[in-house]
Ligand binder design. Structure first.
Ligand SMILES: [Zn+2]
Length: 220
């Protein structure tokens, strides 16, 4: 994106230019999830003062690309508040053009330096991609995107009951790679070191978010 275009978008959104480095953003998420799991949440940035503070502009410190599942609300599981997270949610956290534009906007204009692709255990969209030969309507768009992960999982699991959660991890890892290579905004930002993209899986039973190693796919 050209500098002039970014400047115009910033003026339109009244975005401030305060920037949180990716590693610091990651620490904030890890610490927030730890509080959530331990039952010691502080519910930061949820006061009326914060409401007023962010009413004129936003400066989220991380982008979460997560599943729409009602049990995985990012602000709650990471113990964050208003203006903290820029969130894109679709079933199976499948990204397409509208999602990509949203993510690029958050990075290029709002200056968020960290993207977390957040899957979760027992994901229904992933289960459908693993087990259902046909699905109705536009759901097929989601399933087709997740199928490569289902195929990889089927090649690597030792027991049938491992299939869905294994596919959840592969789906996240493949989505991370796809976003890293997405032209023209994200790929450039990743190469220049201006953006970090990591994968993570939320455990529905424990509330814990497990961050995937960068070489997850290479190790498999
Ligand atoms: Zn899901």
């Amino acid at each position: 994106m050209k500098k002039l275009q970014i400047l115009v978008l910033c003026l339109l959104t009244k975005a401030s230019f305060s920037q949180v480095p990716a590693d610091s953003a990651l620490v904030r998420l890890i610490e927030g999830n730890k509080r959530f799991v331990e039952g010691t949440t502080i519910k930061p940035n949820q006061s009326l003062e914060r409401l007023k503070e962010v009413s004129t502009g936003q400066n989220p410190f991380a982008i979460i690309v997560g599943c729409s599942d009602s049990r995985v609300p990012s602000e709650i599981i990471f113990d964050q508040g208003l203006g903290d997270l820029f969130i894109v949610r679709t079933a199976g956290q499948v990204s397409s053009y509208a999602s990509w534009g949203s993510i690029e906007f958050a990075n290029a204009v709002l200056k968020a330096k960290l993207i977390v692709v957040l899957g979760h255990t027992k994901c229904g969209a992933v289960a459908a991609a693993c087990n259902l030969p046909e699905v109705p309507g536009h759901i097929v768009t989601l399933i087709n995107e997740i199928k490569p992960a289902a195929t990889l999982a089927k090649e690597h699991i030792h027991k049938p009951e491992e299939l869905i959660d294994s596919a959840v991890y592969y789906n996240v890892a493949l989505q991370v790679e796809k976003l890293k290579q997405l032209e023209p905004v994200l790929s450039k930002a990743v190469i220049s070191g201006d953006l970090k993209i990591v994968g993570a899986v939320y455990n529905l039973s424990t509330g814990k978010v497990e961050f995937l190693p960068a070489d997850f796919l290479e190790k498999k």
